[in-house]
Design a protein around this ligand. Sequence first.
Ligand code: HAM
Length: 447
Amino acid sequence: MSQTLKAVRGTRDLLPPETELWNRIEATARAVFARYNFGEIRTPVFEDTALFARGVGEETDIVSKEMYTWEDRARAQSERPQSLTLRPENTAGVVRAYIEHKLGETGQLQKLYYIGPQFRRERPQKGRYRQFWQIGAEVIGPPSSGSESPLRDAEVLEMLATLLDELGISGWTLELNSVGSAADRARYNDVLRAALIPVEPRMCVDCQRRAVTNPLRVLDCKVPEDQPIIETLPKIFDSLGEDSRVHFSAVTAALDAAGVPYHLNPRLVRGLDYYTRTTFEFTHGGLSPQGASSPGTPILGAQNALLGGGRYDGLSEAIGGPKAPGIGFAMGLDRLVLTLQATELNQKAAPPQVDAYIAPLGEGVNAAALALARELRRAGLRVELGDGSFRLKKSFEAADKIARHIVILGEDEHRSGILTVKNFASGIQTKVPRAELAAHLASTASE
Ligand code: HAM
């Protein structure tokens, strides 16, 4: 026997009924985005590798270690071989599209959302996959459209609070910081590098390396022994220029006015190079409740970020476009699903019930059964179609597992147009004229 093939490590199949929850989350997100006047953008799942190298940053973990990149052969003389990459995130692609379609020339603020798969070659674990889904949105435009206003930042954060509430996710924390302008960040890098020199020998090997290559990443360190040292390091806020400070206090003032709670986290510097000024994450540290497969353990494993985002005022220029400040976020759909599954244990496995199971009595009425199923489905009913090769007992057993009613269609029923219908909940079997069948099935659907 040949070896069985399986889904590749870090990827997975999503099956019903779980996909119902995925669809519900997506539908809720689309409805909220519509109320905030966002439109959908769909960009390709692969792009020129240079887009991510220049946009996300050559030195980041994503670009240096995690991308699926390949050399795409030329198929014709007119083509050149090209390095392509499966998108590890969608902000760079959206900004590329913004530039390519000259959306800035409209003078309007562009408010775009996306839902789709992203790819990172990370070490798979609970809440972390190599193909994962993001629901994200970006607000971008020329400075004259108001794209730099702190009100945009606050509105995006307020929208996220609303979306999480409407999804039924409670217990989230908004972690908020400002990483300042590119110049502020460079200044902080120098301050941090200098402060690390005397303490770095007492830190973990990763931090010793980061202290030299990329001091900001020291702030992401999770090693317990390093935490007291990190707490004593200079805070980024003290390196911010006046403009960045004023911008940030306007963001927090608007959040206070709207009643959106947040937690200032000076260590939140995020792992992508394009960020400027406001950065944020919504985290969820919830534990699985009693009755879950592993009660008391963190719902998201070690991955507590439901979503992350921030401003990227220089990204468009970094990839050859006009000045186009922007702010956005991406939420991990896989992580939203894990969180909701853990908190909605009872609803998890209940598949939707079928209104009617049509049981043709003999293969001679199979074709007529398809016509009947078409009629009922067109009337809006959820219908399962059996097969005439089944014995009546087998049809009853199959129907009882999934449907509210069984509709029996034999030669007699077909000729007379009077069908035999059994309601499983009440046990009542009745004769129903075909013209009244859809209404009959619908009226008893909620019994
Ligand atoms: P990010 O923080 O890299 O930001 O990812 C955003 C969210 O995607 C994370 O908070 C997490 O929920 C989810 N996520 C990331 N990696 C994985 C994974 N391997 N498995 C499962 N979920 C994952 C960005 O991607 C930015 N583009 C966000 C943004 C938009 N910033 C501005 N605009």
